[in-house]
Design a protein around this ligand. Structure first.
Ligand code: HEM
Length: 139
């Protein structure tokens, strides 16, 4: 039951979303977007996976996304190499949990009126990268 699952697709192959997203929207927007995502997670069926301080967790995630989008390498500076799959290993991430997670992110993008022109590449990244975070078999 607690056996580690390795997604057959392997690590994500898609490039990071373009830097233009960050230069157009700015860091405070990205921080608010991740806050909205964590607010959604806190009200979701997978809320118990997340720490009580959702604001702090949202900021750690924002540090990662700002770095991913070609901004300041906040995440690596504060926490070391991203190694995201390894960092997620303590949590039981099934594909069902991933779908809930993606739904929360989608609602955060709606709420923040994420520009339509950037949405496909951003969602492509979320879809592909989150598939690689799955580390337990469903059911
Ligand atoms: C695009 C996919 C994803 C990205 C970029 C991402 C990013 C992150 C980052 C940056 C952290 C903080 C790591 C740390 O400071 O140690 C984190 C933590 C975490 N993630 Fe993810 N994650 C993704 C997918 C998922 C999925 C699909 C789930 C579960 C369904 C998940 C659950 C968690 C949990 C439980 C934590 C620990 C608590 C927290 O700090 O929020 N993540 N994630």
């Amino acid at each position: 039951m607690d056996e580690i699952y390795i997604p057959p697709g392997g690590p994500p192959q898609s490039p990071p979303p373009s830097r233009e997203i960050l230069t157009t929207l700015g860091e405070p927007y990205i921080r608010s977007l991740l806050e909205a995502h964590y607010e959604e997670l806190g009200q979701s069926s997978i809320a118990s996976m997340f720490p009580p301080d959702l604001k702090e967790a949202a900021n750690r995630s924002a540090d990662f996304f700002i770095q991913l989008l070609g901004g300041q390498p906040y995440f690596s500076q504060k926490y070391g190499p991203p190694r995201m799959r390894a960092r997620h290993m303590p949590f039981q991430i099934t594909d069902e949990a991933r779908q809930v997670w993606l739904g929360c992110f989608g609602r955060a993008l709606d709420k923040m009126e994420f520009p339509a022109q950037f949405r496909p590449e951003f969602e492509r990244f979320l879809t592909d990268f989150s598939a690689w975070m799955v580390n337990r078999k469903s059911g």
